[in-house]
Write a protein that binds this ligand. Structure first.
Ligand code: B12
Length: 213
């Protein structure tokens, strides 16, 4: 398969080439959303495929991830500018034991672009940290990301802790990440799931309007 020069440069971990390509698309008025979907996400999906097929090793993934992170520094502010009034508040993070943050960062940026106030707690976040941040303001949505089958059960721990504290009905929980499915999300009692960052915004908006958070 032939990739765009930007996607290929991400796969090669060539930060300079990626930034040159992205800046020149932006100069041609290409939307940052388009750059994200067409070039960045495509490249990371391919990196994942190559890793699964044994063509890529962890250092290759880290180079690709670093190229994406540098690119997001340019794209982030532009995506955030797409937003208007605050649609609600979201506390987001990658669950305990998990350090993958590319997808989580994309979701955070898209939510901000979609008008949400977003508090990003980072990676390796404990249930206590999620819940304490959510309790700072009524109506906060908690958004959990997990990329490992060994950490996805942490999502259930967050929901169980909310139940134990008697505040399950006050805090809505949405989940996502490569190993998460709709069935899994329903099984742990989450309020919503999506498999991509754009749909996460629609999901959060629906939750706000259905619950008048
Ligand atoms: C990049 C990567 C890494 C990078 C992470 C860099 C970083 N800063 O994130 C590095 C090299 C550090 C890494 C490390 C490891 N990784 Co890794 N990694 C990946 C890889 C290739 C891509 C992940 C990614 O960024 N995808 C691109 C983003 C855009 O997609 P995404 O995260 O799925 O997010 C999208 C959606 O899921 C959704 N979404 C995500 N979060 C949320 C949250 C909400 C609320 C919503 C609504 C939606 C949503 O929206 C996002 C945007 O569209 C995947 C392979 C894959 N195909 O997923 C393996 C993969 C996840 N890693 C894997 C493994 C095993 C590891 C390691 C254990 C390897 C090791 N032996 O050290 C470590 C774990 C370290 C740890 N404790 O976390 C396995 C997991 C296997 C499993 N079944 O659990 C995978 C699947 C590769 C494989 N096939 O073996 N990894």
């Amino acid at each position: 398969m032939i990739f765009s020069p930007i996607s290929q440069a991400i796969l090669d971990g060539d930060v300079e080439l990626v930034l040159d390509g992205v800046n020149s698309l932006l100069a041609d008025n290409v939307s940052p959303l388009n750059i994200l979907d067409e070039h960045i996400v495509t490249a990371m999906n391919e990196a994942g495929k190559r890793f699964e097929e044994g063509e890529f090793f962890v250092p290759d993934l880290m180079l690709a991830a670093r190229a994406v992170q540098e690119t997001m520094k340019v794209i982030d502010p532009l995506l955030k500018n797409l937003g208007r009034e605050k649609a609600g508040r979201v506390v987001i993070g990658t669950v305990r034991g998990d350090h993958h943050d590319i997808g989580k960062n994309l979701v955070a940026v898209m939510l901000e672009g979609g008008g949400f106030e977003v508090l990003d707690l980072g990676v390796n976040v404990s249930p206590e940290q999620f819940i304490s941040a959510a309790q700072e303001r009524r109506g906060t949505i908690v958004a959990l990301s997990a990329l490992l089958t060994t950490t996805m059960h942490e999502m259930k721990n967050v929901i169980e802790m909310l139940k134990e504290l008697g505040i399950r009905n006050d805090v809505k929980v949405i989940v996502g990440g490569a190993p998460i499915t709709n069935e899994f999300a329903q099984g742990i009692g989450a309020d919503g799931y999506s498999d991509n960052a754009s749909a996460a915004v629609t999901l959060a908006r629906n939750i706000v309007s259905n619950n008048k958070l």
